[in-house]
Write a protein that binds this ligand. Structure first.
Ligand SMILES: NC(=O)c1ccc[n+]([C@@H]2O[C@H](COP(=O)([O-])OP(=O)(O)OC[C@H]3O[C@@H](n4cnc5c(N)ncnc54)[C@H](O)[C@@H]3O)[C@@H](O)[C@H]2O)c1
Length: 398
């Protein structure tokens, strides 16, 4: 599979939705009214490389100049304050006023109160529509600042420096912002592409091992959908979570695979049978059922395991491929079964989603690494049967 963007020496340039806005509005007079066509094209670089955060100024200075930004407002997760002095030294080399807004670590900041912290800091910094908002942190910060940037003064430019594996391979890629509201994840949000993304896998070195594995679950997901070589690469690491320079090609392959999968429908306006939903049909309800004690990637892993058990039961995945997939998840200490106590709550939420969508329940299932399909008629009995298989390792694993 080819990447959606143009490969460059240090990263990827996407052309999906733009900040250096080149827009156009075409109007046709229909006699009884008008037909209005609005076009906008976003093009922005994703710089990716081990250690590139040590050379931030050379990337951010031209961006600030191109945008004409009078100031930079940094939104930094309080869990990454150890990274700040090093990065600030770089950013201060650019000749613009810089302010830092700490965002309390944790999913609870991906909320209206979290958004208010950011809006308020933009007001206090006297931010204009050209002020650059710079996010430093994991998926929480990426999602939150995309919404703040989409809404403040109807849109200002933002850039991301993701610091978790999950954010580097997923949340910082695709321009999707969201906050949780009324108990529902990502209920409010917007598509708003960044002006730049700077991915330095070295920044994840201080991440707890559980968080690294959490991010690798999303890598396993895209590898299963689109990149069997990446899947084999993860198998070669045999559960030793890669870090440092070894992580960089893995992050790069995952970003390229995600961009390629987004290429045909970057604003998710097409049908709901998106392969990128692999693991999420069960994963999202599972995450919610545990009160978010289970991390997103962990829940996705259990969702992938359930999906491959369904595929195997239907004869769509061989025993050998099912074993490869379950073994890889287990090697990275990711969950591959769901406790009976949670099953009822998960299925209840699945049914709610089905009712809201008013259509069939789509389940993306892996056939083998690099090939997935979509089932649209999974029922409760099949779900239970898949989970029973997974609960009996002798049956579920070879
Ligand atoms: N927009 C998208 O396309 C998309 C895709 C996937 C996930 N998400 C969202 O991403 C969020 C999860 O992101 P996450 O897993 O990165 O969680 P997170 O942002 O909450 O970060 C997890 C923890 O790691 C800490 N941390 C971050 N970087 C660190 C570092 N370098 N060293 C030490 N600690 C560090 C944080 O303080 C936090 O405690 C969820 O809200 C999810 O919905 C969005």
């Amino acid at each position: 599979m080819t990447a959606a963007g143009t490969k460059t020496g240090t990263g990827i340039v996407t052309a999906a939705g733009a900040r250096a806005v080149e827009g156009r509005l075409d109007v046709a007079d229909t006699g009884t009214g008008f037909t209005v066509s609005v076009r906008s094209t976003d093009a922005y670089p994703i710089h990716l490389g081990h250690g590139i955060a040590d050379d931030l100024a050379s990337r951010l200075a031209p961006l600030v100049a191109r945008l004409g930004s009078p100031s930079v407002v940094i939104a930094a997760d309080t869990g990454v304050t150890h990274l700040l002095p090093r990065l600030l030294q770089q950013i201060r080399a650019i000749d613009v006023p810089v302010t830092v807004t700490p965002i309390p670590a944790g999913e609870t900041s991906k909320s209206l109160p979290g958004l208010q912290i950011l809006w308020q800091s933009l007001v206090e910094a006297g931010a204009s529509r050209r002020t650059l908002l710079l996010g430093l942190g994991g998926g929480m910060v990426c999602d939150l600042i995309a919404v703040a940037a989409a809404t403040y003064m109807r849109g200002l430019p933002y850039a991301l420096i993701p610091t978790t594996v999950l954010a580097q391979v997923d949340a910082a890629v695709g321009g999707k912002g969201g906050i949780d509201y009324a108990g529902a994840k990502n209920l409010l949000g917007a598509f708003h592409h960044p002006a730049m993304v700077i991915i330095d896998p070295e920044l994840t070195r201080t991440l707890p091992a559980r968080q690294v594995r959490n991010g690798l679950a999303e890598v396993i997901k895209v590898a299963l959908i689109a990149d069997p070589a990446l899947f084999a690469d993860l198998e070669r690491h045999s559960g030793q979570a890669p870090h440092g320079p070894a992580l960089t090609p893995i992050v790069r392959a995952a970003v390229a695979a995600k961009l390629a999968l987004l290429a045909d429908d970057p604003f998710e306006r097409g049908d709901l049978r998106r392969l990128l939903n692999l693991g999420h049909c069960i994963g999202h309800p599972l995450e919610a059922a545990t009160g978010y004690r289970m991390l997103h990637g962990e829940a996705v892993a259990a969702g992938i395991a359930t999906a491959v058990a369904v595929a195997h039961a239907r004869g769509l995945a061989t025993s050998a491929d099912r074993a490869r997939i379950l073994n890889l998840l287990a090697a990275y200490q990711l969950p591959i079964s769901i406790t009976p106590a949670l099953r009822g709550r998960i299925w209840q939420r699945v049914e709610i989603i089905r009712r809201i969508r008013n259509g069939p329940l789509y389940l993306v299932v892996p056939y083998r690494p690099g090939e997935c399909g979509v089932l649209d008629d999974i029922c409760h009995a099949e779900f239970e049967s898949a989970l029973n298989d997974l609960a009996h390792p002798t049956r579920a694993r070879p």
